[in-house]
Design a protein around this ligand. Structure first.
Ligand code: ADP
Ligand code: ZN
Ligand code: MG
Length: 479
């Protein structure tokens, strides 16, 4: 039986605010446990929340960045459940009137355009973090994260493979980063994903029973967890045992590379949602929405298209450069100062990314100034140094951002273009290699290449290749 995979994602992203959603505690990551807490985010009875306006601004921007309609009138609700990381025994969230609805994200995956509908985006508070120390008989709780603002972005079940789901996550991360809505630091948990997956016979209109996988915290793991669960469900289907697929929540155990049952799925009524009585409804005038939308920068998909049309880059190269906002900015600065778009892209995609990876660095750590980068490219173009020497200078610039002229001087890398000097070298190589001259006369033109190699070697790589080649050919033709 031909089977189709159906995937929908629920993504939580921490909003980039200085303070928490209902109090003025700092949201800074990495503070001492429970340092960033107060009676409000600790849920002490009698305290009252005050909504942080910046949360509304960022959530509206997120909504418009993924083409959602904004509900000008929306409200907060209580989602009730008991867990030790939740001080109030309810999470202040949004239920039937979320801030944003009916969006759409379009991106390219393996050469085809994929469109994913966004069901809703709502705002809510994060919970604290339980810490289970090895061999300790108790668990610890850190409430620093309690009350950190989140958006939950819920897609429709429009994704059709684990790879497509991971690509969507990357695209969304790019959008949130570009618009400065979230830091999206996966290793700090500032963007997290629950993935829902089901299988159905190909061509069927109805959805199969879905399983929700929680606890996934990297793009690679999203794909791996979904691939594992896809395989498990497809196998049950193939043996006619699909009734065994239960609607449940499974946990992804990255170390075992397995999904494990966690609990049967709760229904909305289990949470006894009701309107939050301590907060007024949120009213966002349309002018405010328009103003926030205007403040959005160019989105990744637009930038990619522009890099292709304006700079003549391939889709693939443009995608890599724009995958980091910082790298894209760096690229445009270098090109803006007169760097050849294709050459700059080659340097970035080759040497620069390799060096960043090798040193475990991010584009934010690039030291090379666009000005020095362009000077280097101009020097290479002028023929003063060879391409090979250029790479050596680039490596040194990566480490120190010294002026390339200074590096060339220090390392003695200047190319010999002066024909007198090259002529001496050519004459010496010709007199040392009579066999090659005979080969050339006998019609073996490869001899020129060999002689070139000898001249370059004799000059320690500093002879200007086109000048040397021309001179060798001239001399040979007269012999
Ligand atoms: P629930 O009521 O169980 O929370 P929702 O309809 O609210 O389910 O959807 C939650 C998430 O699960 C959404 O991201 C949605 O796209 C996804 N989803 C819903 N049905 C399926 C399905 N049959 N297969 C895969 N994903 C699904
Ligand atoms: Zn607080
Ligand atoms: Mg739901």
């Amino acid at each position: 039986m031909l089977l189709e995979t159906v995937i929908g994602l629920e993504i939580h992203a921490e909003l980039k605010t200085n303070t928490k959603i209902f109090c003025s505690c700092s949201t800074e990551f990495g503070a001492k446990p429970n340092e960033n807490t107060c009676p409000i985010c600790l849920g002490i009875p009698g305290t009252l929340p005050v909504l942080n306006e910046e949360v509304v601004n960022l959530a509206v921007k997120a909504g418009r960045a993924v083409n959602c309609e904004i509900n000008n009138y929306n409200k907060m609700d209580r989602k009730n459940y008991f867990y030790p990381d939740l001080t109030k025994n309810y999470q202040t969230s949004q239920y039937d009137l979320p801030m944003c609805v009916n969006g759409k994200v379009t991106f390219n995956y393996e050469g085809k355009e994929v469109s994913v509908r966004i069901n809703r985006i709502h705002i809510e508070e994060d919970a604290g973090k339980l810490v289970h120390l090895e061999d300790e008989p108790v668990s610890l709780i850190d409430y620093n994260r309690a009350g950190v603002p989140l958006v939950e972005i819920v897609t429709e079940p429009d994704l059709r493979s684990p790879g497509e789901a991971a690509a969507f996550m990357r695209e969304l991360k790019g959008i949130l980063e570009y618009a400065e809505i979230s830091d999206c630091r996966m290793e700090q948990g500032s963007i997290r994903c629950d993935a829902n997956i089901s299988i159905r016979p190909y061509g069927s209109e109805e959805y199969g029973t879905k399983v929700e996988i929680k606890n996934i915290n990297s793009f690679r793991e999203v794909q791996k967890a979904l691939e594992k669960e896809e395989k498990r469900q497809k196998e049950l289907y193939q043996f006619g045992e699909e009734y065994k697929i239960k609607q449940e929540t499974r946990r992804w155990d990255a170390s075992k590379a397995k999904t494990l049952p966690m609990r049967s799925k709760e229904e909305a009524h289990d949470y006894r949602y009701f309107p939050e009585p301590d907060l007024t409804p949120i009213i966002i005038p349309q002018e405010k929405v328009d103003e926030l939308e205007k403040s959005l920068p160019e989105m990744p998909i637009e930038k990619r298209a522009r890099f292709v049309s304006e700079y003549g880059l391939s889709e693939k190269d443009a995608s890599i450069i724009i995958s980091s906002k910082t790298l894209a900015k760096f690229y445009e600065e270098v090109v803006g100062l007169g760097g050849n778009p294709k050459t700059v892209s080659n340097y970035i995609l080759g040497d620069l990314l390799r060096m960043l990876n090798a040193n475990n660095m991010e584009p934010e750590d690039i030291k090379i100034s666009p000005k020095n980068f362009v000077s280097l490219l101009k020097i290479i173009e002028s023929g003063k140094i060879s391409n090979t020497a250029g790479k050596e200078v680039f490596k040194e610039m990566f480490e120190t951002d010294k002026d390339p002229e200074v590096i060339i001087e220090e390392k003695g890398l200047s190319q010999i273009s002066c024909s007198d000097e090259i002529e001496k070298l050519v004459d010496k190589v010709l007199s040392d290699n009579p066999k090659s001259i005979e080969d050339f006369k006998a019609g073996k033109t490869q001899a020129v290449g060999y002689l070139m190699g000898q001249v370059m070697k004799a000059s320690k790589g500093k002879a200007n290749p086109p000048v040397a080649k021309q001179m060798i050919e001239e001399k040979l033709s007269k012999m």
